[in-house]
Design a protein around this ligand. Structure first.
Ligand SMILES: Cc1cc2nc3c(=O)[nH]c(=O)nc-3n(C[C@H](O)[C@H](O)[C@H](O)COP(=O)(O)OP(=O)(O)OC[C@H]3O[C@@H](n4cnc5c(N)ncnc54)[C@H](O)[C@@H]3O)c2cc1C
Length: 363
């Protein structure tokens, strides 16, 4: 019985934990296996921004449900969750126009923006009050520890290879499970190559940095970050903003920079990030990117110096569709967020996939 479960989840990132939590909430015997000895993938490498307001369509549905689940889990699992919203900073009229068009949150004057954050050059902004923030280095580990305490089994340093006929074959033997859900993020091609190819899954590599804190109390998004998320892409102002960046800031577009900042207690200022999509993420990080990120941070916050303490590469799965969820064989499923919104949507996706497997009637 020791190796027999109702659900085996492969991958202990936010997406795997989301499936495990949803399965466990139904009283299912659940195991999570991960090849690493701790959570070390995209889930600990990100900004910790829960940008609910910025998602529409399928992503919007998962994000709204994820928000409810974050609020329910944070006090129980004991992870930090800030509910202050996102501060969108407009430094040009086309950015302000986009904020008017998305019709979300409260529009802010220049003065109101500078009262909320130490930014310079703002002409206005918006406060998207439903957005939230976690500390990415703390949320996943605390959630996993809590789930384990609640009765979910965790097996670390164990790689999954294939699953068939109710058996998951791993680097340490076999696990029996009625349903196996692969939540391996960008490594879906390592375990299910045909599925990855059919869905066009590649790897998006991002450069990130952590600098000394500046007392930022809100996640701040500005400029090129308004070219990214689905809620922004559907505005009329999007074309004007893109045209200006093509004309004036091709460097930002060349590195596909998402200009955003978060600060978590005891952590400092997360700043990023650039994007490069390829089937294999090469590890070499271009110093020009870090120069650009530091320059933009200095300009936005009126700093003479940005005290960078850490740099790292993050990788997430990227495909034409934002989500990959499929039953690949009897009792074998794959679930992934295939763009950079897994912290925002993962908890909602996980619950939805477990609902699909076991029926939406929850006990
Ligand atoms: C730099 C950066 C910034 C981002 N910022 C944000 C943000 O602010 N907000 C937001 O919503 N999203 C953000 N994202 C996206 C978000 O981090 C990801 O979408 C999300 O973390 C993906 O979670 P995951 O569980 O699928 O992947 P991961 O966290 O990568 O977890 C996958 C796990 O699978 C395990 N694994 C893989 N293969 C196997 C195997 N064969 N056997 C066993 N285990 C295996 C790995 O060890 C890993 O632990 C960002 C991503 C990056 C990289």
């Amino acid at each position: 019985m020791k190796d027999t479960f109702d659900v085996a989840v492969v991958g202990a990132g936010i997406v795997g934990l989301a499936h495990a939590a949803a399965a466990h909430a139904r009283g299912l015997r659940t195991v999570v296996i991960d090849r690493a000895d701790r959570i070390s993938g995209a889930t600990v490498r990100n900004f910790g921004h829960i940008g609910t307001t910025m998602q529409v369509g399928e992503g919007g549905e998962y994000a709204r449900r994820a928000r409810e689940l974050f609020l329910a889990y944070a006090p129980r699992a004991g992870f930090w969750l800030a509910r202050r919203g996102t501060l969108m900073v407009a430094t040009a009229e086309d950015e302000m126009q986009m904020l008017r068009e998305i019709g979300e949150g409260r529009l802010l004057s220049e003065r109101e923006v500078t009262d909320l954050a130490p930014v310079s050059g703002a002409i206005g902004g918006a406060l998207l009050k439903d957005d939230m923030q976690v500390n990415p280095r703390d949320m996943g580990p605390r959630f996993a520890t809590w789930l384990e305490g609640e009765g979910v089994s965790f097996r670390w340093r164990e790689s999954a290879m294939i699953a068939e006929d109710g058996v998951l074959y791993t680097s340490r033997g076999t696990i029996r499970a009625d349903n196996v859900v692969f939540c391996v993020g960008h490594d879906v091609d390592h375990v299910l190559p045909e599925v990855a190819e059919r869905h066009g899954v590649e790897r998006c590599a991002l450069d990130m940095a952590l600098a000394g804190g500046i007392g930022l109390e809100f996640p701040v998004l500005t400029g090129s970050s308004m070219l990214r998320y689905s809620a922004f892409r559907q505005t009329a102002a999007y074309a004007d903003l893109l045209a200006r960046f093509q004309r004036e800031r091709p460097d930002m577009l060349d590195f596909d920079v998402n200009q955003m900042y978060t600060e978590a207690p005891g952590m400092g200022l997360f700043l990023g990030d650039s994007h490069r999509t390829e089937p294999t993420a090469m590890p070499f990080q271009d110093e020009h990117v870090f120069g650009l990120l530091a320059r933009e941070a200095r300009r936005l916050f009126g700093l003479s110096h940005v005290d960078v303490r850490e740099r790292w590469q993050g990788v997430y799965a990227k495909a034409p569709e934002d989500f990959l969820r499929e039953r690949v064989a009897d009792g074998v499923w794959v679930s992934a967020v295939t763009t950079g919104i897994g912290m925002t949507t993962g908890l909602g996706l996980g619950e939805s996939v477990i609902d699909e497997i076991y029926g939406s009637e929850r006990t």
